[in-house]
Design a binder for this molecule. Structure first.
Ligand code: COA
Length: 204
């Protein structure tokens, strides 16, 4: 599906067909900066999301010492959601080196995957990086991670390279790139999709 085809990629937001919805579904979500107070939840999310999770020390250093890094989280809007919901629904981040932003992580809670939250968060990261001067976004992805690959391709990332045995367990990585982020030609359809998702996710 193209990112310009509106609306269709929002399972769980247009109807009440998911039996988990009655008790679990957040009614409104927001995106904000990840903070030290989120790190316990980040560790739990890492453990269920990645074969080689980052450590608490790595995240702590990223949030406190790495001036190139930016991390965002998706969380329920306070007051609009059932109290039992997790405070952290998703998180992701990038490092920026001049005009290049390198997306270093993105993860959505398993129960909330497939509801466009990862796409929304990735677009928010791109918007922030672009605002701060990025013209190109890059990332690595495991060759076996078909879900993430589809997400990146949907947002027009193209494969530009390959790293053999890149990960600690020796799995290979594909290198993907989204170039010319600063141009209207590339950014307009992404911005439209981001705005559309933002208004749907924030709806209480
Ligand atoms: C990858 C990840 C962040 C995607 O988040 P998500 O919220 O589930 O994805 P979305 O609902 O926003 O889906 C966006 C697109 O991703 C792809 N996608 C999502 N779920 C998919 C699935 N089960 N099968 C195939 N493609 C899928 C589709 O292209 C989808 O667009 P579409 O609905 O128009 O087809 C999430 O699966 C995750 O946290 N995975 C574990 C951590 C991880 O692998 N991170 C990436 C490291 S590089």
């Amino acid at each position: 599906m193209s990112i310009t085809e509106e609306g269709a990629a929002l399972p769980g937001y247009e109807g009440e067909t998911d039996p988990r919805d009655a008790v679990q579904r957040p009614r409104a979500l927001e995106i904000g900066p990840l903070t030290l107070a989120d790190l316990a939840a980040v560790m739990a999310l890492e453990a269920v999301s990645f074969p080689s999770p980052w450590s608490l020390a790595t995240y702590h250093s990223e949030l406190t010492r790495n001036r190139r890094s930016r991390y965002l989280k998706v969380s329920p809007v306070p007051g609009t959601n059932p109290p039992a919901l997790p405070a952290l629904i998703a998180q992701g981040g990038f490092m920026r080196f001049g005009a290049e932003m390198h997306i270093v992580t993105i993860a959505v809670q398993p129960d909330w995957r497939g509801r466009s939250i990862g796409e929304w968060l990735l677009l928010a990261l791109l918007a922030l990086g672009r605002e701060e001067g990025a013209r190109t976004a890059t990332l690595e992805v495991r060759v076996s991670n078909q879900v993430a690959l589809r997400l990146y391709r949907k947002l027009s990332f193209a494969e530009v390279g390959y790293r053999r045995r890149y990960y600690p367990d020796r799995e290979d990585a594909r290198i993907l790139e989204l170039a010319d982020l600063h141009t209207q030609h590339v950014w307009s359809p992404l911005r439209e999709r981001f705005e559309r998702l933002s208004s749907l996710m924030r709806r209480a």
